[in-house]
Design a protein around this ligand. Structure first.
Ligand code: MRU
Length: 360
């Protein structure tokens, strides 16, 4: 196990390969998987060795470089054709988190816009992936700090409920929802985190609880069905979750179970915040109904560990994400500050026009 207060970086460039923390083995084993080929990065994303929207984006950016460096031709047109195939492989891994598509598009754009030899282009692609990695870390730190502006000021020590894992493990480091938690802890405004276990993959139990323990943040684990009860008992002062894709109207796709949390928070008059970088906003989608929802292997719900828990003859439905309607969201906390969901589109359009900060 790691010692306390060690920084967690789930995706690391290490001389000529990528090291990924193997998130399928936490919390019992803290190990790394070395990735040297684009195909292996695609598999690592699919199998959730690396997961969480921004971390998937960073991993895909490195995957694009790994694919690029294997392309043998010195002909630019041919290089771009083969590089598009690399992009297609990585795009096919997981459908919901838009950061994946955003990072791939940024790498492609770099290739199309770079003039020079193929060797120079490959080096610039590596630099771009490293920049995406570094920017995400800074962005998360900014999200964490901007979150302090909207968290309730009463009581002095907040109890914050979170769902899934939107922490350092799900980003380049620091986290989005857990970034807000980390900043609140630093400023002595946090009493405790309540972590939903997050069936079926248990990211809350395995990953969020682990991150909190590493940092010495008091954490109480509950099963997903206990959240309403905790709210009714006055144990929760705010809910903060991450996002996989936010539509232009503020509707937000996040881990399955987020929508019901938002409904219950509304019923108890508890603020419900989404924390995410602007790269998670898909300004091309008008509303959440257009967000593709990943369906995963039914084995995730019919088995617990190696034990099958259902009788024969049952059918299964295993959507990995749901969409929380904008009207249930108190604010979307980004690196540029917190927005009411209906302010997001106006801000995004202004950014795009002013400096091209959001483009895909
Ligand atoms: O299926 P996962 O584990 O990749 O889902 C992750 C989530 O839903 C996170 O809440 C989201 O990606 C935000 S991560 C900062």
């Amino acid at each position: 196990m790691m010692s306390q207060n060690t920084q967690v970086y789930p995706v690391i460039w290490n001389e000529d390969s990528v090291l990924l923390i193997d998130q399928t083995r936490l919390p019992s084993e803290y190990t790394f998987v070395e990735i040297s080929r684009c195909e292996d990065m695609a598999e690592a994303i699919k199998t959730m060795i690396v997961r969480g929207a921004p971390a998937i984006g960073v991993a895909a950016a490195y995957g694009m470089y790994l694919g690029a460096r294997e392309i043998q031709t010195q002909d630019r047109e041919e290089f771009l054709i083969q590089f598009e195939q690399v992009a297609q492989l990585l795009r096919s891994t997981r459908p919901t988190a838009v950061n994946l598509f955003w990072a791939i598009a940024r790498m492609l754009r770099t290739a199309y816009e770079t003039i020079g030899s193929i060797e120079q282009l490959k080096q610039i692609l590596l630099n771009t992936a490293q920049t995406i990695n570094a920017e995400d870390l800074q962005t998360c730190q900014a999200i964490g700090d901007r979150g302090l502006e909207v968290l309730p000021t009463n009581p002095d020590k907040l109890s914050i409920l979170t769902h899934c894992n939107a922490g350092a493990l799900a980003t380049a480091g620091y986290g989005t929802a857990l970034g807000v938690v980390r900043s609140a802890w630093r400023e002595q405004r946090l009493g405790r985190v309540y972590a939903d276990e997050t069936r079926p993959r248990l990211q809350g139990a395995k990953l969020t609880a682990w991150e909190c323990v590493q940092e010495g943040i008091p954490v109480t684990l509950i099963t997903d069905s206990m959240a309403a009860h905790c709210m009714q008992r006055g144990l929760i002062h705010a809910v903060v979750v991450g996002a996989d894709r936010i539509a232009a109207n503020g509707d937000t796709a996040n881990k399955i179970g987020t929508y019901s949390l938002a409904l219950v928070a509304k019923a108890h008059n508890i603020p419900f915040f989404v924390a995410a970088p602007l790269s998670t906003v898909d300004f091309e989608l008008a509303s959440g109904s257009q967000i593709p929802i990943e369906e995963r292997d039914p084995a995730e719900i019919y088995a617990v560990g190696d034990t099958i828990i259902t009788p024969d003859g049952v059918e299964f439905y295993n959507p990995a994400f749901d969409v929380t309607l904008a009207e249930l969201i108190s604010a979307i906390i980004t690196e540029h500050g917190a927005f009411a969901p209906n302010e997001l589109q106006q801000f995004g359009t202004k950014q795009m026009v002013e400096n091209g900060a959001i483009s895909r």
